[in-house]
Structure formats: C-alpha cells, structure tokens
Design a protein around this ligand. Structure first.
Ligand SMILES: [Ca+2]
Length: 625
C-alpha cells in the first residue's frame, strides 16, 4: 500500500492524543456546526454569487450575515473526492478517493489512452473524519443526505462507522434512489430538512454537528412544478430546471436557519454552505471547463461561512479549498487539530476574524482519473498563476487567473521559467504525498471507442428557451388530451406503444422534420425512443435506428412514451412537450439508446425554424403500477 494509507495505529494514537488534549481544554459550551453541501452547484448559481435570474433570498441573507469566499474551490472536480476531503481535511492523494467509483471509468477502459489510477471506493479504515474528531469534545453528529464514500449501513465504510451517530438518506425517507420526489409528492430536500430539524430539536441541549448534504442541484432534475413554471416565464434564465432546483434548496436553507433561530441556537451555531464541485460546463461561463475538469469551472464553488464572531458582509478573495473547513471547525470546537498530523487543510479562523488577512499558500488538485470530458490531470495554483499537468500528453498549461479567468490563453510556452517553477512545485507536492502519476499506455486503448459520461453524463445543455406562446401560428395539440392538456385518466400503460398522439398545425414553410422533446426533466439518464406520430405527408423520412430523419421523441430513464413523468407514483405531474420544426434532417450517428437531449439539441441547433409547446398535466390513477 502506498503512503496515502496512513497506518491505522498511528491514527489511533493521534486520536487518543486528541482526546487527551481536548478533555481538559474544551470550553464548557461548545458551538454547534452545520455544514450544508449542495451537489453540483456552480460558482454563480445563487444570488449572492452574482446571479440575478434566480431567487435565493435565504442564501443571500446568510451571505450578508457572514463571510463569502469569492475564490472558494472544491478540493476535487467531482463528488466523492471532495466529500472525502471535506470530512478529513486532506488532499486527495492522502485519502485515495479520486473519483466516484463508476464502472464506466474503470482503469483500462477502451477509451482511456493511459492506465488511470485506482480510486478508493470509501474512506480507509482508521481515517479520522470531522465527526470522529469532534466526538471527544462531546459532539453528536448526523448526516442527512448524500454520503457517497462507501456503501452499506454498517462497518467502516458507512457514516456510522466514521463517527456519525445518525445517517439518514433519502431512501430512508421513502424516496427511490436519486429521486427528487416521493410518491406522495414530497420533495427530497424538504424531507431531509424536516428530518434534520427534528434531530436538532432532539439534540439541541448538547453540541452537535449537522452535515446536510442535499441531492440538489444535481441533474437529472425533477423540479417542483410551481418553481419550474415560474422560471419558464422568466427572461434570462440559463437553465430553468437548475434555477428551480436552486430555489428549492434555498427554501430549505431558510427553513433550517429559521429552525435554529426559533430554538435559540443561532448565536452559537456556525453555518457553512458550499458545493461539492463546480457546475456543469454549460452553466459556468465565463469560466472554462465544468464538473469533472480541473479548469476553474469545475472547481469554483459558492462558499459562505457564518457564525459567532464572524462579521457580516465580508467578501474574502483568498482562495480556499473544501478541506480547509476541517481544521476551521476543530478550532471553533476547541479541538487541537495539530494532534492529527495528516491534515492538509488550513484553519480559516484568522481570515474570518480579520486577525490575519495575509494567508498565502499554494493550492493543489490531483485527479489522476478519467471522468466525463476530463482525462487524468493535476494542478497547482500559486497566487494568480495556475498550472495544469495532463498525464496523457505530459503537456502543461499555464494561466494567469487574474488577467484570464476563463483560462483561454495558455502561457506555458511564453513563460517557460514560471511554467517550470510551478511544474517543479507540483511534482514535489505529488512526490511528498506519493500521488500516483498515471503515464503507462493502456493496452486496451481503442481510439474508436466512444468516451463515456461520468455521473455528470454528457454535459447538459441549458433548457430550451421558454416558449410563451406558439409563434408564427405553429400550434401543438394532443387529441388524446381531454380538458386542455390532461392526459386521459385511464392511461396506465408503461408507455410502450400507447402514447397519445400529438398533432400540430401551421408548421412554417420549409419544415423538413420535427423533433419532440419532453423537457420536464432528466437529460442525463434518458434513453431515446423512436416513434411515429402524425407526421405531415410533406415531411421526409422514416426514423431508423441511429439516424433521426422525421420525428424524434425522447423518453426518460429508459422508458418510452409519456409514462415516466408519472412513474414515481400517484399525484398530478405537469410537464411540457416541445415540438421543434426543423429545416433539415438530423444525422445522429449513435445508437438510439445513447441519444440524449443534449445530443439532440446540439444536432438541431442551426436548424430550428419554430417551436411550440404543450403543457400537460397528468394525474396518475391511484391503482396504477
Ligand atoms: Ca457533485
């Protein structure tokens, strides 16, 4: 085993020292800690980050009352490694969780040019998490939401094996895995917050650490219909589903803060809000990259810290990483982090209190794996300069983030001395942590093998621009929809072959094909299906597998037809069917099952003549499957 796996015995000694030091030095009244972790929330997805098209009044208020880190970065560009760093205070090579374990990206996959590093699926037994480090000071800890650092309910890979006294995930609350809605219509972030508030009420008389890790705002989305409707009619919204999901989470931040206030806990509770990685590529402009890459778009995240002794209205431009919250929380708790020798994070308290605003250090990222659009790489930020090393090619890229925040001008060739200096520092850091440097060619590499999406899938395209009313007389109806768009109540099929027909009139001159997209949710996991509805006789082509002349429909979660929006149980569902009239035929050289909405939108973007939308409300019969 390499040195990323510290000896369990050493850690146990460290933990015992920590117990010994804190048992007599801890103050009589410890503050509480709340870490709220959003999923996939990008650097400007909330109002306090400068987004003027989404309503986040509660996060904005939290930001006004505390400190905003304007240059906060995730410790990694994907989910699991950042969560591991947040909970251990360590850089990724130390805990070995480099990526979400995903069979699509196993080292040696045919689309990998080099053999990627192996990633740990969970925290190594003996790792001291924040929950464990707080325990000797009398804290109780609970995680509500996503763990993603090992499976199972017991043992060292489970939260309860890593110091949390309680672990509640959405499936415990009646949600299907990754579902945003429960069959009774309850939204996941609402249910998690309710459960967290119940727990706080029970534990309020002792110091607590609440880790609230929402599924919001990770795609595929299934927003609350009323929020989706709101953003559909708002100009300037880049992605209506994302905006609706951000606001749903913001509501719950507000409910949690109100709960703390009503219990009289606000003045002794620190609240940290951040995200596990940057947003997906289409939502992070003008930053480059996106989730899964070490460009700024994949790393930059919102970050607020609020609590006793932290002056409100602060904007702190010093770059920080997710792992820094670990020693910061321990400082507030009176726990001496120095006894844990393997902490890489930096205590932010001097920055937050203003006692030392000069904190300078080099920051590092190590992502020696494939994920979605990204190949194995490593990076260093030193002041305004950032250097990325790509292991496939051995090439480096150098950017000045102050002058070039979008990382568009690679200065590695024009600034060779600086590039060498940073490369040397990066290599020295990699060596100091025995970080794997994947450079061996992959014998199974096949240049024709298609790249595969990560858990972020193919990057999402923004939702289509809202269609307020049919333009140019293009009208979309469904004869099977009674009562102004409601699907028939007796419709209970699985969608295969029983989709009610759509009809349209007034398609613009020159229309050669139509594309039908049900854009209520779920671009990432969709599986397309091909169907013939009432294609006007002057439209050429018949759908074939792998090509899409004529008409294309997109279903959800591997199902066909209209069924999926109601597949989560009884209760009304609303969604929108959009039909695009195109000036040409689509050529999509992918198997039908791999064609997602993003691929469709990209293929049709220069061909759209007009579009019309049909708002559909469907109430699933209570006895439906
Ligand atoms: Ca994530």
């Amino acid at each position: 085993m390499n040195s990323r796996c510290p000896h369990t015995a050493l850690l146990l000694v460290a933990l015992c020292l920590l117990v010994a030091r804190t048992s007599w030095s801890a103050p009589s009244r410890h503050p509480n800690f709340v870490i709220i972790l959003a999923d996939d929330m990008g650097w400007n997805d909330a109002g306090f980050c400068g987004n003027t098209n989404v309503d986040t009044p509660h996060l904005d208020a939290l930001a006004r009352g505390g400190a905003v880190f304007t240059q906060a970065c995730a410790s990694a560009p994907t989910c699991s490694p950042t969560r591991a760093s947040l909970l251990t205070g360590q850089y990724t090579p130390r805990h070995g969780v480099y990526n979400v374990v995903d069979p699509r990206h196993a080292p040696g996959s045919p689309h990998h040019k080099i053999l990627a590093a192996e990633t740990s699926a969970d925290l190594i037994d003996g790792t001291v998490t924040l929950a464990e480090a707080l325990k000797p000071a009398g804290y109780t800890s609970a995680l509500f939401g996503m763990w993603n650092l090992g499976r199972g309910r017991n043992g060292p890979a489970a939260p309860t094996g890593q110091g949390f006294d309680l672990f509640v995930e959405p499936t415990d609350l009646g949600f299907a895995k990754d579902a945003y809605h429960r069959p009774d219509g309850t939204y996941s972030s609402d249910a998690l917050t309710d459960a967290a508030l119940d727990w706080i009420k029970r534990e309020k008389d002792r110091p607590f650490f609440l880790y609230l890790a929402f599924h919001d705002v990770h795609g595929p989305f299934d927003p609350k219909p009323e929020l989706l409707e709101k953003y559909r009619h708002r100009a300037g919204v880049r992605d209506t589903e994302l905006a609706a999901s951000v606001e749903a989470m913001d509501d719950n931040v507000g409910r949690l803060l109100a709960g703390l206030e009503s219990l009289g806990l606000s003045d002794r509770t620190y609240v940290i809000f951040t995200s596990d990685n940057g947003g997906v590529r289409q939502t992070v402009a003008p930053l480059r990259g996106g989730k899964g890459t070490l460009y700024q778009g994949g790393l930059r995240v919102p970050a607020i810290v609020s609590g006793p002794g932290i002056a409100g209205g602060q904007k702190i431009d010093t770059p920080i990483l997710s792992m820094d919250f670990f020693p910061t929380v321990l400082d507030w708790a009176g726990v001496e982090a120095e006894s844990l020798a393997s902490i890489d994070g930096t205590n932010l308290v001097p920055l937050l209190t203003g006692s030392d605003k000069t904190m300078t250090r080099d920051l590092f990222w190590h992502f020696p794996v494939y994920s979605g659009p990204s190949a194995p790489c490593s990076a260093i930020r030193s002041g305004d300069w950032k250097l990325l090393e790509f292991f496939e090619s051995g090439q480096t890229e150098l950017y000045n983030l102050s002058r070039d925040p979008g990382e568009a001008r690679n200065l590695a060739a024009s600034e060779p001395a600086r590039a060498k200096e940073l490369t040397d520092k990066l290599h020295a850091w990699q060596t100091s942590l025995a970080a794997p440097r994947p450079t061996s060619p992959n014998p199974a590499y096949d240049s024709a093998a298609p790249a595969r999406g990560g858990d972020h899938g193919p990057d999402r395209a923004p939702s289509p621009t809202p269609v307020a009313a049919p333009a140019k007389g293009f009208v979309l109806t469904s004869t099977a929809c009674a009562d102004g768009g409601n699907l028939p109540a007796e419709y209970t099929g699985d969608g295969s072959g029983s989709s009610p027909p759509l009809e349209w009139t007034g398609a613009p001159a020159g229309t050669k094909s139509f594309v039908v997209i049900m854009d209520h949710q779920a671009p990432d996991a969709v599986k397309s299906y091909w169907n013939l509805w009432n294609i006007p006789p002057d439209v050429n082509g018949i759908p074939e597998n792998g090509k899409a002349p004529g008409l294309v429909g997109v279903g959800f979660r591997g199902r066909a037809g209209y069924e999926p929006p109601h597949s989560k149980g009884p209760g009304p569902k609303t969604y929108v069917i959009t039909v695009y009239a195109l000036s040409g035929l689509l050529e999509i050289n992918q198997p039908a099952a791999q064609v997602t909405r993003e691929i469709l939108l990209e293929a049709m973007k220069d061909k759209i003549l007009d579009r019309a939308a049909l708002h559909v409300t469907y109430e699933r019969p209570a006895n439906a499957l």
